[in-house]
Design a protein around this ligand. Structure first.
Ligand SMILES: [Zn+2]
Length: 320
């Protein structure tokens, strides 16, 4: 039997790792949280709710991330696009949205999921579209992204738990979530920092779905064409990695690799065409040679034995 868990049970203080308690009082815009903030029972750090977002950043300088506020300004186009796309048939969509594809294949249904570096939160939204997650948490460093993601999700009747947090020090207890997703996150980091981030990711969940651009010809070509058309590459500093490297990173974090999926340029072109010409929505195929156009890999990892876990578990409700 699965006990019903309160959101506070998932949280820990990012400063000292202790449990948190809710703060009393009324507030205008406390959103889904229903409280003005939380505070640490040990060190007393306070984390307020602002505009419906729980602000869980440890003390520090985060100005270098302000860049992302400009990337995530207006969610209207995303809302328009997804309103249309989510009406296409499942088989067609699953060729493009490969996180739900692999979650279905592995029988990974999540009661609670978290998307790290969520941006518009579309990876969670895609899982939700296929009934693969119930309760969605969104994490980003950018308040603009979180506000946008809240708008996007509310448009699809999906209530989310938005948290502003640093992925280096996630404010969640070990195994807080069934699955943690990320799309296009860890290529923005390299070396030891990247290794530590993946360990931290694996600490807070039982399973991981992680999408990352691959260091191959197709990625380089895609990036060159995109940059040529748009004038610049909008996703900042990034170093794509190989499947081998990604696998190494998760194994070093103590995970078992359960499977792979991929995104490819041909399917991306087909869905673009389908957005404007309904006839293309019948093309629910992804022949094997589309692997030639692979530019992104999605890894599915089981992190129950993850090296990052300290044994500070959440409420023990995961029996199944
Ligand atoms: Zn504390």
């Amino acid at each position: 039997m699965r006990l019903v868990k309160n959101w506070i049970d998932n949280l820990i203080c990012p400063e000292c790792g202790s449990r948190l308690q809710v703060q009393d009082g009324k507030f205008e815009d406390n959103g889904i949280w229903g409280v003005p903030g939380v505070s640490c029972v040990k060190c007393g750090s306070k984390y307020p709710v602002k505009s419906g977002i729980l602000e869980m950043l440890p003390a520090g300088d985060y100005s270098k991330y302000e860049y992302w506020d400009n990337v995530y300004k207006d969610p209207e186009n995303v809302i328009k696009l997804y309103s249309k796309r989510f009406s296409y048939n499942d088989r067609f969509l699953l060729n493009y949205y490969v996180m739900p594809t692999i979650a279905k294949k592995l029988g990974w249904f999540s009661v609670e999921s978290v998307e790290l570096g969520c941006g518009w939160g579309t990876n969670s939204l895609a899982l939700k579209r296929f009934g693969l997650t119930k309760k969605i948490w969104l994490v980003d460093i950018s308040p603009a992204a979180l506000k946008g993601a809240m708008k996007v999700h509310s448009k699809f009747g999906s209530e989310v738990y938005p948290v502003r947090a640093d992925i280096h020090k996630l404010p969640f207890c070990d195994n807080a979530f069934d699955v943690a997703l990320s799309g296009g996150l860890y290529e923005h980091f390299v070396g030891k920092e990247q290794e530590e981030l993946i360990k931290e990711n694996c600490r807070i969940c039982l399973k991981v779905l992680c999408q990352i651009p691959e260091n191959n010809m197709t990625y380089r070509l895609y990036r060159a064409i995109y940059t040529f058309i748009k004038g610049k590459w909008p996703f900042g500093f990034e170093t794509p990695v190989s499947r081998g490297k990604l696998s190494e990173l998760f194994k070093a974090a103590g995970c078992d690799i359960k499977g792979w999926e991929y995104n490819n340029l041909a399917t991306a072109v087909i869905i673009r065409m389908a957005d404007s010409r309904p006839i293309f929505r019948k093309f629910a195929l992804r022949p094997f040679f589309f692997r030639l156009f692979e530019h992104d890999a999605v890894i599915a990892a089981d992190c129950r034995a993850s090296a990052g876990k300290k044994g500070v578990e959440g409420v023990n409700y995961r029996t199944g």
